[in-house]
Design a protein around this ligand. Structure first.
Ligand code: SF4
Ligand code: SF4
Length: 212
């Protein structure tokens, strides 16, 4: 019998934790600090899987009404900006102090990012090995979420807001034809069709091999 979506979602913390353990030595070089959020503003392209979208939606439901409606408006704005190819400030980034409203459950796209020097509106400088580990982690999530999709956070949350899509997904059914037009126009990835990445967390990297 196919694994239920909720059971798959419960595997996410372990997948995140496996990445953190593997990338720990590399992340010691990180220049990131609280309130530094260019990666959530100028250079970020926060893609999520549908599993992560459900986690975010469930979290949104716990917010007070006013905060929730403010975030929803920002997500609509994000979607429109992304459709025009504009880099959008994340809807979950707090204006007051540049911190993340959903930090504890933030998606993997946010967990993978760090930089060995302050970004100052440029791309983060990340170890090549961390990029490989992150790509492998995404591949693992996509294999697990094999009736789901990946794409920009505002697009995936938009889809999950549609009751028909959500019902099909939560029911474990796979029907990509239903979102074909939206998917093509918004760069949505069908997880099942992504080739798995061959890498193991047991790969040992020595610092001599570290490239910046
Ligand atoms: S990745 Fe860059 S912008 Fe983001 S917290 Fe780290 S240093 Fe700051
Ligand atoms: S979810 Fe949080 S960590 Fe991720 S981009 Fe948005 S504000 Fe930044």
């Amino acid at each position: 019998m196919a694994q239920k979506i909720q059971d798959k979602i419960e595997e996410l913390p372990e997948i995140y934790s496996d990445f953190e353990k593997s990338a720990d030595e590399l992340k010691k070089f990180s220049a990131c600090k609280i309130g530094c959020a260019d990666c959530c503003t100028y250079v970020g392209n926060v893609d999520i899987t549908t599993m992560e979208g459900i986690v975010i939606q469930n979290c949104l439901e716990t917010f007070e009404k006013k905060v929730k409606s403010g975030i929803k408006k920002k997500l609509d704005k994000n979607k429109a900006e992304r459709e025009r190819g504009v880099l959008a400030r994340c809807a979950f980034l707090k204006k007051e102090d540049n911190t993340c409203r959903i930090y504890d459950i933030r998606p993997f796209s946010c967990r993978r990012i760090y930089s060995i020097k302050q970004c100052n509106q440029s791309q983060p400088v990340v170890h090549r090995q961390a990029i490989e580990l992150a790509d492998y982690t995404i591949s693992k999530m996509q294999q697990l979420d094999d009736t789901g999709y990946s794409g920009h956070m505002s697009f995936i949350l938009y889809l999950l807001d549609k009751s028909g899509f959500r019902k099909t997904y939560m029911g474990g059914k796979f029907n990509p034809g239903k979102i074909m037009n939206f998917g093509k126009g918004h760069g949505i990835i069908i997880n099942r069709f992504v080739k798995s990445k061959g890498l193991s967390y047991n790969t040992v990297y020595s610092y001599e091999k570290v490239l910046y």
